[in-house]
Design a binder for this molecule. Structure first.
Ligand code: F0G
Length: 456
């Protein structure tokens, strides 16, 4: 059909009410939460864009698959179904289920890292970086320079800077156990990596004899961007593109809470027999037997079905376009954000919007909190609070001060998104009234989750 309107490629069978609150209620709730939206009760949020992780709606087929879950401790039918779907997609020899992405990361890194090593990536996401730093290693970000400039438009802003990777491999090769690439690049704005760039990374890894692992949380969104933007790819299915992406790597970590379309789960997959054996031993110690890895049999069923649905073209067309729809509305209203729109989220540029709030007064927190008070929308700061704390305990401005509005999969309709745009535009219109914050208390690591703030 040649109509221009892109519709949600589903109809709704089950709904959940949202609670409308008054502005005074939201001000009180935020004060009680120490001005940190992670500490709010979710029911006090009207539209929750805190994360796209584990917050999606499962399909009727996934709910049906739950009843097929085989809860046998070892060798369950659900594991074999899960394994065959993951293997068909990725081609990897060893498929190790985990309870979520960071468990796969912890097991991988704890297995292969020793103090002083370096892991290059386009951009490490926060828990990934922390899982490397906790092993006394360095997480090094090598995204292309274009990927660091919010307003600059480039089709593959998640690409790895190949020259920088080559210099790193040349200078520090003996300290690099593997190279990682995050698809799509979450910390850099949900931006994709091209197949051509992945091939370039592969060639360097071959030359320096290093394994390449993908952080594959949003692999399907990355594959669809490749289809839309990369020369010669428009005629292929997203699944075929995804399979090629995986074929260029030696393994992956995966959070099934994103492009697994499930509420919990993940996996670690790889070809290397010795690493896989060590990883399975650690898995048994902390997650569970290798055929369930901390998940129920029904979770494995939901993920298997989710991985099939997520590469369907009508779903991806709607997914990518509906995120872009929000980005386009905000851009048209003059609200600065990372351009072009990411796959799973819009990243507002709080530093550009609030030049009167210096980075160490946390413009991202000022904007997140205003969105909650004005409109009941919950976003998340990705900036100086999340990234500004160095391992030695000192603080410096993050590379950018962003506010991410992450769109849960298949949850909100176009009118919800119209409301979000209206809320953001209203806050931007009255931005001169916003003030910064200071930190009242914070832990030494991963502080953005639990820190408490005071308005200045
Ligand atoms: N890698 C990336 C790129 C991620 O975005 C995340 C999670 C993880 C790894 C870890 O996966 O949560 O299943 O342990 N990102 C979520 C977010 C939390 O909000 O972006 P996990």
């Amino acid at each position: 059909m040649n109509f221009r309107t892109i519709i949600e490629p589903f109809r709704i069978k089950s709904v959940e009410s949202v609670k409308f609150t008054r502005r005074e209620d939201r001000e009180a709730a935020l004060r009680e939460a120490g001005y940190n939206v992670f500490r709010l009760r979710a029911e006090d949020v009207l539209i929750d864009l805190l994360t796209d992780s584990g917050t999606g709606a499962m399909s009727a087929a996934q709910w049906g698959a739950l009843m097929q879950g085989d809860e046998s401790y070892a060798g369950s039918r659900s594991f074999y179904r899960f394994e065959s779907v993951v293997r068909d997609l990725t081609g990897f020899r060893h498929i190790i289920p985990t309870h979520q992405g960071r468990a796969a990361e912890r097991i991988l890194f704890h297995t292969i890292l020793r103090p002083g090593l370096v892991v290059p990536n386009n951009n490490h996401f926060e828990p990934t970086r922390a899982n490397i730093e906790v092993e006394a290693c360095e997480a090094r970000d090598l995204v292309i320079p274009e990927g660091r400039v919010p307003a600059l438009v480039h089709p593959f802003k998640g690409n790895v800077d190949l020259a920088a990777l080559e210099r790193t491999l040349e200078a520090d090769g003996d300290r690099i156990p593997l190279v990682m690439v995050t698809i799509t690049n979450n910390s850099g704005g949900g931006q994709p990596v091209s197949l051509e760039n992945l091939r370039g990374v592969r060639a360097l890894c071959d030359r320096y004899r290093k394994p390449l692992f993908l952080d594959a949380c949003r692999f399907a969104e990355n594959a669809y961007f490749v289809k839309l933007r990369e020369a010669g790819q428009s005629g292929r299915t997203p699944k075929a593109i995804a399979q090629e992406m995986f074929s260029l790597a030696d393994g992956c970590t995966m959070s099934a809470k994103k492009d697994g379309l499930a509420n919990i789960g993940g996996f670690l997959a790889m070809n290397d027999d010795a690493w896989a054996e060590a990883a399975r031993n650690l898995l048994i110690l902390t997650e569970g037997f290798p055929t369930y890895g901390g998940l129920a049999g029904y979770d494995l069923e939901a993920i298997a079905r989710g991985l099939e649905e997520v590469v369907e073209e009508p779903y991806l067309r709607y997914r990518i376009r509906s995120t872009e729809y929000l980005g386009d509305k905000l851009t048209a209203a003059g609200v600065p954000s990372i351009r072009p729109s990411g796959g799973h989220a819009i990243y507002l540029d709080a530093r550009a919007l609030l030049p009167h709030v210096p980075p160490l007064q946390y413009p991202g927190i000022a904007l997140v909190n205003a969105l909650y008070v004005e409109a009941g929308i919950r976003g998340v700061e990705i900036g100086t609070v999340m990234f500004g704390l160095r391992p030695d305990g000192t603080e410096s401005p993050g590379a950018m001060d962003l506010v991410r509005l992450a769109i849960p999969r298949r949850v909100y309709t176009q009118s919800h998104i119209d409301y979000v745009a209206e809320g953001v535009i209203e806050v931007a219109r009255t931005k001169d009234r916003l003030r910064g914050y200071r930190i009242a208390s914070a832990p030494k690591m991963l502080r953005h989750f639990t820190a408490q703030f005071e308005p200045l």
